[in-house]
Design a protein around this ligand. Structure first.
Ligand SMILES: [Cu+2]
Length: 510
């Protein structure tokens, strides 16, 4: 393990354009930044657990800033530390992640709406460590907290998160973003997101240890004249095209030698549009999904990622030339790969220290359905986003006695599902909607093992924390929570849907 910091420095890439050079930036990084400014593939600033310690202590300030995004121009948006994406946090199993959050946003202009499922309080946030298997309560990955602007009378000047990464935590690629109900979509579409890397066993596989370790963080912004609008009405984002950025740049250029193997940590930090990735002239050798390592690499020419999903892939440079990473429905490449330089002959691994892909037969079955209704309300928010079936939220007034659109809404004081530790459950989740086909299912705190899609068993089940549900289709997964107790969430990771009610509370119990 003592080689990790040294290897990290050697593999460090230049900072994103516009990023501030901090005290943690090494002289080597500063030199290479100057040298490569015109052609460098940007990497977010990296903050790692210092050698010989087991604690990463850092501060994340959120404020409005004007910044220059390469290929985009000047934008004004809410960011972590003045950058899109925010800094990459690198930790190891057993570490403590201690973050002081400074909310430098102006006070909210309006308080909570009378309906909690109407977006609101766009300057209040909190922290979610997406995909991490950590405590969902207290000051850890607790998304029920509110970090109010410092200018609000009585508000704390700093809000603190203290997250212990369990010793047995999987090594892989995770991310962080705000999760305050009502403001998540606005903040995520403004670029508030950053990558979390948990180092560990997979990094010691020789073929992977030899590969350059590259973050590919895809942000999806909805810009209107250089600003990201607040979600103050249903259609605030609908007339705007998505601007996709990779590490804060539009179509950055990455170089690779013929025969060189690189490890790309692809993070879909967007909120509205699923990715369907293709890399010209190359196959992607996937080694992990959502931070969970496969038993062996899986090669494919296309890679689907729902909003919130991650894929770690190995890419081996092909014939010299220029290639594009594209996604369906977007008219320009996400990034460009240039194969150039002296040929190398780096091998791909055959086996990986993956997580077994089976769970025992379930003791409990649940069926839920994600359903949206269009143009059913008057006012600024006309649509309803609901989760129906087992555990659905009942009518707010039990005496009403009739089924209406208050059924299945998110209710912050209503536990929809109690999941007993150690018990295997099998869930089938339906996408029961005609008009909004993309409803990625996201579960906090625990990964789930997808075993079937549309009722057809998968040859090899796949661990996820976020999974696409096919339009008019289903996914079936098994789940066994083992340790953390307390309240947590499941929701749609089209996060505007989540903000408008497509979310449920899970309580993990002994
Ligand atoms: Cu949805």
């Amino acid at each position: 393990m003592t080689t990790l910091p040294r290897r990290g420095v050697l593999k460090s890439l230049p900072l994103a354009a516009g990023a501030v050079i901090t005290a943690s930036t090494t002289a080597a990084q500063a030199v290479s930044r100057r040298h490569d400014d015109r052609t460098a593939f940007p990497q977010p600033e990296t903050r790692r657990t210092p050698p010989w310690t087991n604690s990463l202590t850092t501060q994340l300030t959120v404020g409005f800033g004007e910044q220059v995004l390469p290929g985009v121009g000047i934008i004004r948006t809410r960011t972590y530390e003045g950058a899109v994406p925010g800094p990459t946090l690198r930790v190891r199993p057993g570490d403590d992640l201690r973050i002081t959050h400074i909310n430098a946003l102006p006070p909210d202009t309006a308080g909570p709406h009378h309906d909690i499922n109407v977006p609101h309080r766009f300057n209040t946030f909190n922290l979610h460590t997406h995909g991490m298997h950590v405590d969902p309560t207290g000051d850890a990955d607790n998304v029920f907290r509110s970090f109010e602007p410092a200018g609000v009378p009585g508000a704390a000047t700093g809000h603190r998160s203290s997250i212990t990464v369990p010793a047995g935590h999987p090594a892989g690629t995770f991310w962080y973003h705000p999760h305050h109900h009502g403001s998540t979509a606005t903040q995520l579409l403004g670029g508030m997101a950053g990558v979390i890397v948990v180092e560990g066993d997979i990094d010691e596989v020789p073929e992977i240890a030899a590969a350059r370790d590259i973050v590919v963080c895809v942000n999806e912004l909805r810009l209107d004249g250089g600003r990201v609008p607040d979600l103050t009405w249903e259609g605030a984002f609908e007339g705007l095209a998505s601007t996709f950025l990779v590490n804060g740049a539009k179509n950055p250029v990455l170089t690779i030698a013929p025969g060189e193997v690189q490890r790309w940590r692809i993070v879909h930090a967007g909120a509205l549009t699923p990715l369907s990735l293709r890399l010209d002239g190359h196959r992607m050798h996937q080694i992990a999904q959502d931070g969970i390592t496969f038993m062996a690499p899986v090669a494919s020419s296309t890679l689907g990622l729902p909003m919130g999903g991650r894929a770690d892939v190995l890419v081996r440079g092909g014939e010299p030339g220029t290639y594009e990473l594209i996604t369906d429905g977007v008219d320009r490449p996400l990034m460009t790969l240039v194969v150039t330089g002296p040929a190398r002959d780096m091998p791909l691994p055959a086996d990986l220290p993956g997580r077994p892909t089976s769970l025992p037969a379930p003791a409990r079955i649940r069926n839920v359905a994600f359903r949206n209704y269009s143009n059913v309300f008057s006012g600024d928010f006309r649509n309803a986003y609901r989760i129906l079936g087992d555990g659905e939220t009942p009518h707010a007034d039990a005496s009403a006695g009739r089924r209406d659109l208050s059924w299945g809404r998110f209710a912050p004081d209503h536990v929809n599902h109690r999941i007993r530790l150690g018990e295997v459950e099998e869930w089938t989740v339906a996408n029961d909607s005609h008009s909004h086909p993309h409803h990625p299912f996201h579960l906090h705190t625990n990964h789930f093992l997808v075993t079937a899609v549309n009722g057809r068993p998968l040859a090899t089940p796949v661990w996820h924390d976020t999974a696409s549900i096919p339009p008019r289709g289903t996914i079936t997964f098994r789940l066994r929570a083992e340790d953390f107790v307390g309240r947590s969430l499941l929701h749609c990771h089209q996060v505007q849907h989540g903000d408008e009610g497509m979310m449920q509370i899970i309580e993990y119990v002994r």
